[in-house]
Design a protein around this ligand. Structure first.
Ligand SMILES: Cc1ncc(COP(=O)(O)O)c(C=O)c1O
Length: 397
């Protein structure tokens, strides 16, 4: 089957790369070569200076810092999933680095979000004098060519922002909007529908999906930006490895079903926690009593108070598989992970296994009572029961 834009997310994940099937293997092979033989036919030899971008053949490769089969296959599927031309990188942060290199803004308006992105911005501030503005700065502070970097849903809380409102703000000043959509992969959110100029993902999370590869992705609907990003990457050198992109293709095949199940689990867990936390006068020693003894607050887009219907429009299929909680005291946050059986205490997110992190271990900027949960594919009742046992233990019930 060849790819058509009208098929569903899982069908794209499984067939968008059919055009690259140059061998009869059903499972795509892994190619390790860094260099590729030129044609024996002298008439097929085109000097680099005479090539233009329309001549580029995705089955023809020269040197792997420019392109090679496994990353190209990964990008072909991602382009179909993201509704733009996708370019892959060695990590999410190298994707952000490439985006800032492309646009070289003088100002960047950015909120809290993933602390590593602020590290990349700090590098640019050192090199170019890039000035950082608050996400909710006045539009007058932005000028042509500046940038809004919007992370939604937000790391670590899992709460969401209105993409269309930030797109309008950026565009009213001739600035651009990048959406870091790591927490809402395709199937959950398409930032281009709401005006994003560039979409970024840490593919180390849901695209990889098994906590075993690092990668980053940028997608754009502008051909000029796509070809500049591609050329820049040759010199930034931040390409994905063959092993990672081979694993990435394997993982994309199941993206939609993984994320759907992770979202369902999350919605159930968050709804249960939220209801238990707000239950009026719980019976002594009940599960709700244990929850209320130790838990302070639950954060997730599904329990977020918003004005208007933008959130339901932006995320019609679920609100993402990451949420956060704050405990009543720092000590309780430190102790909770060690009492859980099915939540592994580790950073990162997006894998098939559920993770919990006492977030202050890796992020200096957060409330020390905060724990981030990345929900996996376990049966949600087992995750709930695990939490109940741990909360009861902490509450001495
Ligand atoms: C929202 C977000 N953006 C970017 C990144 C950076 O991605 P990577 O670790 O693949 O460089 C992360 C990593 O956790 C993230 O959560």
């Amino acid at each position: 089957m060849s790819h058509t834009p009208n098929v569903g997310t899982s069908t794209r994940s499984l067939h968008a790369d059919d055009v690259l099937n140059v061998v009869s293997d059903v499972a795509p092979p892994m190619h390790l070569s860094t260099t590729f033989r030129y044609s024996d036919d002298p008439s097929a030899l085109i000097p680099a200076a005479d090539l233009n971008s329309s001549d580029i053949d995705p089955t023809n490769h020269i040197y792997s810092r420019a392109s090679c089969p496994n990353p190209t296959r990964f990008e072909t599927i991602l382009s179909a999933l993201l509704n733009g031309k996708a370019i892959s990188y060695s990590s999410g942060l190298s994707a952000l680095h490439a985006a800032l290199t492309l646009l070289n803004p003088r100002r960047i308006s950015v909120g809290e979000g993933y602390h590593g992105c602020h590290g990349v911005i700090a590098l640019f501030t050192r090199l170019t004098g890039l000035q950082k503005l608050d996400l909710d700065c006045s539009p007058d502070q932005l000028e042509k060519g500046d940038l809004i970097l919007l992370e939604t849903p937000l790391n670590p809380k899992g709460t969401a922002f209105d993409i269309a409102a930030y797109a309008e703000k950026a565009h009213s000043r001739g600035a651009y909007l990048i959406v870091d959509s790591t927490f809402a992969p395709p199937g959950l959110q398409d930032p281009f529908l709401f005006g994003a100029d560039l979409v970024m993902h840490s593919g180390s999370k849901y695209f990889g999906g098994h906590s075993d590869l690092l990668c980053g992705v940028l997608a754009t609907q502008r051909d000029d930006w796509a070809s500049q990003l591609f050329q820049d990457r040759v010199f930034l050198g931040s390409v994905m490895g063959n092993m990672e992109s081979w694993l990435g293709v394997r993982s994309l095949r199941t993206l939609e079903v993984r994320v759907q199940r992770q979202c369902q689990n999350t919605a159930r867990l968050v709804a249960w926690l939220h209801a238990a936390l707000h239950a009026p006068t719980p019976a002594p020693a009940s599960d709700e009593d244990a929850v209320q003894a130790v838990l302070q607050e639950v954060f997730h887009a599904s329990v977020q108070e918003t004005e208007g219907d933008w959130l339901a429009k932006q995320m019609p299929n679920g609100f993402g598989p990451v949420f956060s909680i704050t405990m009543k005291e720092e000590r309780l946050a430190r102790e909770l992970p060690g009492r859980l059986s099915f939540f592994q205490h580790a950073t990162s997110l997006g894998g098939v296994e559920t993770l919990i992190e006492w977030r202050t271990l890796s992020d200096k900027s957060v409330d020390r009572r905060l724990l981030r949960v990345s929900v996996g594919l376990e049966n949600w009742e087992d995750l709930r029961d695990d939490l109940v046992r741990a909360f009861r233990g902490l509450a001495g019930l």
